[in-house]
Design a protein around this ligand. Structure first.
Ligand code: A2R
Length: 312
């Protein structure tokens, strides 16, 4: 049987690339910059492999008349216009669940890092500053109040971890979670007013753009910390820069940014910020599971079986 031809729109994890090559004829977008080169293969492309960070321009989809499916390597699919794809009969899959633990782990690690100033402490020791005297005191985590913006698969996994730290947990979602005992707040601003740490873990996309704005940061206040493991777009980055610059909040720990991989210099320069390079699901174990699931979705599609994890 002829192998189906697929298009990879941005760099993927090399072992995943190997398994794609073993199963499909793979074309790489980066090698098709010349419009004529893309036009030559476009009529044969039946699937796209994207990552959570891919932004699929509507123009690209229009150039692919035989496109049947988009397989996203990641749980967030905000870079894909799902409604437009669906209108053309193109199905979309993602990789939920398999990365939940990792993202929740990193969310807690970032919370602990910013509160206990772990990266700063590491720098302090490495720079030989310990003999000059002790570091400034940190913020206690156990028993503190945690507000979770988005109590889905990952938000709930963060809550379970936070319970082990004796944290008082509250949350906001558009729809109250049935049977959930944590206090629910109608919006992020009301939640921020009541907590010490605000953890953001909603999907990205238009519906959550700028959800954490200047008002929410003001409600979090000079003693409050923001942690973002969702998408950079969910936080109004200029408002965050201002809050960091003028002490409007105590600090922020961020795995995601508005314009990755570019991180504003002011964030990198601040003592009250911890930054990581969008690595919440970046462990060997989880990347393997994501690759298996993303490939499994492609294989299901091309063998006429239902997708393993279609986006809802
Ligand atoms: O609002 P609801 O009832 O649909 O609850 C969802 C919540 N959420 C929001 N919460 C507050 N304001 C909003 N505008 C808003 N929009 C959505 O986010 C739900 O509780 C949660 C999403 O949960 P799941 O769909 O289970 O996603 P999962 O696996 O937890 O991943 C969340 C995101 C991904 O989309 C990636 O962007 C990121 O984590 O890695």
């Amino acid at each position: 049987m002829n192998k189906a031809e697929i298009l990879i729109v941005n760099k993927v994890w090399p072992p995943y690339m190997d398994s794609l090559r073993a199963n499909f004829v793979v074309h790489e977008r980066t090698q098709l910059e010349d419009p004529q080169a893309l036009a030559a293969v476009a009529p044969r492309i039946r699937a796209i492999t994207a990552t959570g960070e891919s932004k699929l321009a509507a123009g690209l989809l229009e150039q692919l008349p035989a496109l049947e499916m988009i397989s996203v390597f990641g749980v967030g699919y905000d870079g894909v216009d799902v409604a437009a794809a669906r209108a053309r009969g193109i199905t979309v899959s993602n990789t939920p669940d398999v990365l939940t633990d990792d993202v929740a782990d990193l969310g807690m690690a970032l919370l602990l890092s910013i509160a206990r100033r772990i990266p700063q402490a590491d720098q302090f020791v490495r720079a030989g500053r310990w003999p000059e005297g002790p570091m400034a005191l940190a913020r206690k985590v156990s028993g503190a109040r945690l507000g979770i913006v988005g109590l889905g698969r990952i938000g709930s996994a963060i809550a379970r971890r936070a319970e082990a730290f004796g944290m008082a947990i509250a949350y906001t979602t558009r729809t109250r979670v049935a049977g959930c005992a944590y206090p629910h707040y109608p919006n992020a601003e009301a939640l921020a007013r009541e907590v010490d740490f605000l953890m953001v873990i909603t999907p990205g996309g238009a519906a959550t753009r700028g959800l954490i704005d200047a008002k929410v940061l003001a409600a979090l206040g000079p003693k409050g910390y923001l942690i973002n493991v969702a998408r950079g777009s969910v936080v109004d980055q200029p408002a965050l820069l201002q809050a960091i610059a003028n002490g409007g909040i105590a600090g922020a720990a961020l795995d995601v940014f508005e314009d990755e991989p570019h991180v504003p210099a002011a964030l990198c320069a601040s003592e009250n910020v911890v930054v990581t390079p969008h690595m919440a699901s970046a462990t060997w174990e989880t990347r393997r599971a994501m690759a298996e699931l993303a490939l499994g979705n492609l294989q299901a599609h091309f063998s006429g079986r239902p997708l393993l994890t279609p986006v809802p």
